[in-house]
Design a protein around this ligand. Structure first.
Ligand code: AMP
Ligand code: MG
Length: 477
């Protein structure tokens, strides 16, 4: 029975994709299978035969009635326009759920017409890393692509050294990116852009299907989604690492877990990606980069916003001009929640800025600080020895009880917004190192903790001094 849909391939012009089956692998072995997600998607039944599941999710066998494709896209990478596309991924098809369609994509599935100089494959290490971090993000309540499975291929992958290969089954609301619109506008055929707009609105923002200016409505909707996403990243200390426009999803999910990492010691300029030498994608730069990316999105949409070029630019600018205030309002509200301030006022902005400066100066652990603050832990007693912090603390106490808010109300707000556990860099590397050596037990034990990150029974995570100073992450491994 055919259980995958193919709306992308059937409703969009063929210039936006290539028919491309996954390449077979030598000796597939299921390393991780996310059965809960299979149930959520309603496809557990189709995958319950483990032999079949392995054949489908390694790319060795076609899902009955389906035809895989690779998607074309472009993107601004570190500010420069480039022709891209799924260089190592194929879209098996879409799963229909009550929440809408979800893409089922094999990442690391072999060469495609968009592979350029790459080998189309992925290492077991990096697919495990994506599985761990994307599932952790989901548990942290951050919109994200998910991971249904990681299959070891039995084939070697050559990077700086020899690795085991793997294929990850990625689940996403879609893989439509800002870069897909850039492709349709600048590298596609006449009409591609309009077709992509119609498809995107129908799939992700059907409420705007009758809108007098759907392109402008889409720009605004995507701006709001991205704003929410970035504010969530800042809430949990996530650094995406490579916010190129091809990695910015139109449905507003975190996608493309390459050089991402979590920040331990708070500093706005924190960066881990080995290639981001200028700190373009540093922790606190993420909102302004999202804004820049939205500008690229607007530019791609211009011909659909208004036939008159100048009028189109003016309309797009009017939407984009709302971003700084939109972000700052959402950011301070979120930080106010982290601080347990139930009834917020403008004055809290200074309270937030003051404490962030103090944390940056003292390199205090971002995650542990907020949990310690709620639990009145040792970390807070230590900080209160300092006059500047003690002054901040008494202002904070007044702010959180403002308007008669009770302590328990304030604490509940903090508990909901401040995770106790996050994927700490040293732990991630520890469990991945064991996993590639064949022992997945530490990986599973860590995943279990990460599945309930707001669990108040958990102790604070200790971080080895100096680890992050040397820590580097890498793209596309
Ligand atoms: P990323 O850094 O993962 O966003 O990838 C940027 C571009 O490089 C995308 O078009 C990827 O499909 C492509 N890419 C990354 N790794 C490989 C690989 N091993 N083989 C072919 N293409 C790749
Ligand atoms: Mg990418």
């Amino acid at each position: 029975m055919a259980w995958l849909k193919h709306t992308y391939a059937t409703q969009l012009p063929s210039s936006l994709y290539s028919v491309q089956a996954p390449w077979p692998v030598s000796d597939p072995q299921m390393a991780l299978y996310n059965e809960a997600l299979a149930h959520e998607l309603g496809i557990a039944e189709h995958l319950k035969d483990t032999e079949k599941a392995l054949a489908y999710l390694s790319g060795n066998e076609t899902v009955p009635g389906s035809q895989a494709i690779s998607q074309a896209y472009a993107g601004h990478q570190f500010g420069h326009f480039t022709r891209l596309g799924d260089g190592r991924a194929v879209l098996l098809g879409e799963v229909e759920t009550p929440q809408g369609l979800y893409d089922l994509q094999l990442k690391g599935a072999g060469l495609t017409p968009y592979s350029r100089r790459g080998d189309g494959r992925a290492t077991f290490y990096s697919m495990l890393r994506e599985h761990l971090i994307s599932e952790a993000m989901h548990a942290l309540h951050v919109p994200t692509s998910r991971s249904l499975a990681v299959v070891k291929t039995g084939d070697r992958v050559y990077r700086e050294r020899i690795h085991e290969g793997a294929v990850l089954t990625r689940v996403a609301a879609s893989h439509i990116r800002v870069g897909t619109f850039e492709y349709a506008r600048f590298l596609g055929k006449d009409g591609d852009l309009k077709d992509l707009l119609d498809y995107t609105i129908q799939r992700h923002y059907p409420e705007y299907s009758g809108h007098p200016n759907p392109a402008l409505a889409l720009l605004k909707a995507v701006m709001h989604k991205q704003n929410d996403l970035i504010v969530n990243w800042l809430r949990v200390g996530f650094i995406h690492g490579v916010m190129n426009t091809d990695n910015m999803s139109i449905p507003g999910e975190t996608i493309d877990y390459g050089p991402c990492a979590f920040m331990n010691a708070y500093h706005p300029r924190t960066v881990f990606s080995s290639i981001d030498t200028q700190g373009r994608y540093a922790f606190a730069k993420q909102p302004s980069i999202a804004y820049w990316n939205l500008g690229v999105f607007a530019n791609a949409l211009l011909p659909l916003i208004d036939e008159d070029e100048e009028a189109a630019a003016a309309k797009a600018k009017a939407v984009l001009d709302e971003f700084p205030e939109l972000f700052s309002k959402a950011y301070f509200e979120m930080m106010g929640h982290k601080l347990g301030i139930v009834h917020q006022t403008e004055a809290d902005r200074e309270l937030v800025e003051t404490v962030m400066d103090l944390l940056a100066k003292k390199k205090v652990d971002y995650t542990n600080f907020f949990t310690a603050l709620r639990r009145d832990g040792a970390l807070i007693n230590e900080l209160r020895q300092e006059e500047a912090f003690e002054a901040w603390y008494s202002t904070w106490e007044k702010a959180r009880s403002r308007g008669g808010a009770s302590l328990s109300e304030s604490e509940a707000l903090m508990a909901q917004n401040n995770p106790v556990v996050i994927p700490r860099n040293h732990r991630v590397e520890e469990v991945l190192a064991a996993a590639v050596e064949g022992d997945l037990r530490p990986f599973h034990a860590f995943m279990d903790k990460l599945a309930a990150p707001y669990d108040d029974g958990l102790p604070l995570q200790a971080v080895p001094a100096g680890f992050d100073d040397r820590y580097q992450t890498f793209c596309g491994t």
